[in-house]
Ligand binder design. Structure first.
Ligand code: PLP
Length: 401
């Protein structure tokens, strides 16, 4: 047995099988590259679903983490700590908003957004108690809690986990007329991904986000943008909503906010909206802890320079022009995306997304398939153009070789 086989067998023996990982056992990582237990190197073109936007072992992030580890890591929110104010102030400023409510995982932040919107609906908008409705899109991915899977349209995510939380209506993604028809007097919020990541990097039709903004504003409904995967540089802007000059009422952030070191998520909004909470009504033991704040502060500082957004925009343009050429060859049925983020639908005659991922792995590139025949490319934003080209060469080799 190789050490890879041993590692996989041991993991499978004592873990729930809620994932089907590629057969690679990573031991170390740096930048856009990981090294497995047998010393083989792979280009990481998934980047922890965009949690690793700044790469593995980023020096600035490691230094910030080390410094904070030596000072204080956890206080709970029962006490103040000296990184919290800066974190909230600077994140609010990055978002152009007023208040921040920190949590840990993305799903918790989405749950927080749901609770916020409902309470805002009852206390500010005046919706009758128990009637608040939130509109979501089909093919959404917002996390894995019982409430969130209640409004999933993916049978794998939802089946056998009922009874389901009521209060959600699902409309087709990208269809403004359907959304408009669904808005009623009890509607408190529209919750959307500005680009649907897990669905296969689906970009809505031009004008959709701006239309959602106009509709929600005119009907006194909150526009909640789940930018957990699309935000913080991935698409070439700080937020994907910016591509349509849209500012939602609330950002939901996670993944890259923790720099790939610790889970950090947050809901960011106005005083009118996030101001609905009083002490005791919501919280989290680890939310906003000193280490989390230190990581997020470093992430915010890096984003403030704009260099990562620019990199994602420039390398993204290159990525998409290369993928367009590949698509012209016939092995690829469709390519979507924005910035350094792409969903590539493989022509089914070339194999499933999983098979393509395994063939890429054999050539030293790690990606993740989604929904059968799609692979998703989202390398760390720190990837070099040479490495990106090398990764694309491997994809070309798999598809055309
Ligand atoms: C990953 C993701 C989530 C859930 O985040 P977790 O940290 O896995 O709970 C929610 N929304 C979107 C858009 C995501 O990509």
């Amino acid at each position: 047995m190789t050490s890879t086989e041993r590692g996989i067998a041991a993991a499978e023996a004592h873990s729930a099988h809620n994932y089907h990982p590629l057969p690679v056992v990573v031991a170390t990582a740096e930048g856009a590259w990981v090294t497995d237990v047998e010393g083989r190197r792979y280009l990481d073109m998934l980047a922890g679903y965009s949690a690793l936007n700044f790469g593995h072992g980023n020096r600035r992030l490691l230094d910030a983490a080390t410094a904070q580890l030596e000072r204080v890591t956890l206080t709970s929110r029962a006490f103040h700590h000296d990184r919290f104010a800066d974190f909230c102030t600077q994140l609010a400023e990055l978002c152009g908003m007023e208040l921040v409510l920190p949590m840990n995982t993305g799903a918790e932040a989405v749950e927080t957004a749901v609770k916020t919107a409902r309470k805002w609906g009852y206390k500010v908008k005046g919706v009758p108690d128990g009637r608040a409705k939130i509109i979501v899109a089909d093919n959404n991915f917002h996390g894995r809690t019982t409430t969130i899977v209640s409004f999933s349209t993916d049978p794998e995510a939802r089946a056998d986990f009922g009874p389901y939380t009521p209060g959600f209506e699902i409309v087709p993604y990208g269809d403004l007329a359907a959304l408009e028809a669904a808005v009623d007097a009890d509607t408190v919020a529209v919750l959307l991904e500005p680009i649907q990541g897990e669905a296969g990097v689906l970009v809505p039709p031009p004008g959709y986000l701006a239309g959602v903004r106009e509709l929600t504003r005119s009907r006194n409904v909150l526009f909640i943008a789940d930018e957990i995967q699309s935000g913080l540089g991935r698409t070439g802007r700080t937020f994907a909503c910016e591509h349509e000059d849209v500012v939602p009422d609330m950002y939901v952030l996670g993944k890259a906010l923790g720099g790939g070191v610790v889970p950090v998520s947050a809901v960011v909004s106005s005083r009118e909206v996030l101001g609905v909470f009083a002490p005791g009504e919501h919280g989290s033991t680890f939310g906003g802890n000193p280490l989390a704040c230190a990581m997020a502060l470093e992430v915010i500082a890096m984003l403030r320079t704009g260099e990562f957004q620019q990199r994602a925009a420039e390398l993204g343009e290159h990525l998409h022009s290369e993928l367009a050429q590949l698509a012209a060859g016939g092995a690829v049925a469709a390519v979507r995306g924005r910035g350094l983020w792409a969903g590539v639908d493989i022509n089914p005659s070339r194999g499933t997304g999983r098979e393509i991922s395994e063939q890429l792995m054999a050539r030293g590139v790690l990606v993740k398939d989604t929904h059968g025949s799609t692979i998703r490319l989202a390398p760390p934003l720190v990837i070099s153009k040479e490495d990106l080209d090398w990764g694309l060469d491997q994809l070309r080799g798999v598809l055309e070789g």
